[in-house]
Write a protein that binds this ligand. Structure first.
Ligand code: DX5
Ligand code: ZN
Length: 217
């Protein structure tokens, strides 16, 4: 399985966003966390900022939308050119319709599960998706402790994708670091988001390489 590294810019030096993105140009995506202070108790940025990150062309953008009313807002992130758009199933009234809409804009589509949300009710819609995001912290903030209780959910998601015959990427986000990335890969994850592990490291570029190597096994 190939390994995809998508560093989260949530806690990077926002005043030097271009420089920070250039530091992680050896990654596969830039993971951009959109928070609306409703779905999660934190606020980041919205469409105009994401659009400019896309336009910088430094990295393809992996948008993680932690926003209420995903049905209404998520397609616009595909429209402005995000390579991948992930909505939270808890915030979507019609996930299948939304997934189709995002795909029809030419983006990959991901569906995120909060720690308390199980994959079981969604197994038969995996074919509508390119990626499942298994949150390994409660969404909203960087720097939280990895929830190893989510490892069985990663395994069950991988098993379900195999049963359904779907080529599915499984992303993990939250507390992913040198200490936890191998367990995630062993469980079946193949897309790794790391925020503080990368941007608190002395050398972000080297950290991306180190995480990739550990995940590749
Ligand atoms: C949290 C965000 C994450 C966050 C991860 O809700 O979705 O992408 O930036 O940060 P770390 O890697 O520090 O847990
Ligand atoms: Zn995220």
């Amino acid at each position: 399985m190939s390994v995809t590294i998508s560093p989260s810019i949530l806690n990077c030096d926002i005043l030097d966003l271009r420089g920070e993105l250039q530091k992680i140009a050896n990654a596969d995506y830039a993971h951009v966390d959109v928070m609306d202070n409703h779905f999660v108790p934190n606020l980041t940025w919205g469409l105009p900022v994401v659009e400019q990150i896309v336009a910088s062309k430094i990295l393809p953008v992996d948008a993680h939308l932690m926003i209420a009313d995903a049905d209404r807002w998520a397609p616009a992130y595909a429209e402005v050119g995000c390579a991948s758009v992930t909505f939270h199933v808890e915030a979507a009234a019609a996930p299948i319709r939304l997934a189709r809409e995002i795909r029809s804009q030419g983006a990959r589509v991901g569906m995120a599960l909060r720690p308390a949300t199980d994959i079981a009710p969604y197994e038969d819609i995996l074919g509508e998706l390119d990626m499942i995001l298994v949150m390994t912290v409660e969404p909203g903030f960087g720097g939280q402790k990895f929830l190893s209780a989510m490892l069985p959910k990663i395994r069950r998601t991988r098993a379900a994708a195999q049963r359904e015959g779907v080529e599915l990427a499984i992303q993990v986000d939250g507390g992913v670091s040198r200490e936890t990335i191998e367990q995630c890969a062993d469980a079946g994850a193949d897309v790794f988001v790391a925020g503080s592990a990368v941007f608190k490291a002395e050398d972000a570029t080297a950290e991306v390489d180190a995480l990739r190597e550990l995940a590749t096994g």
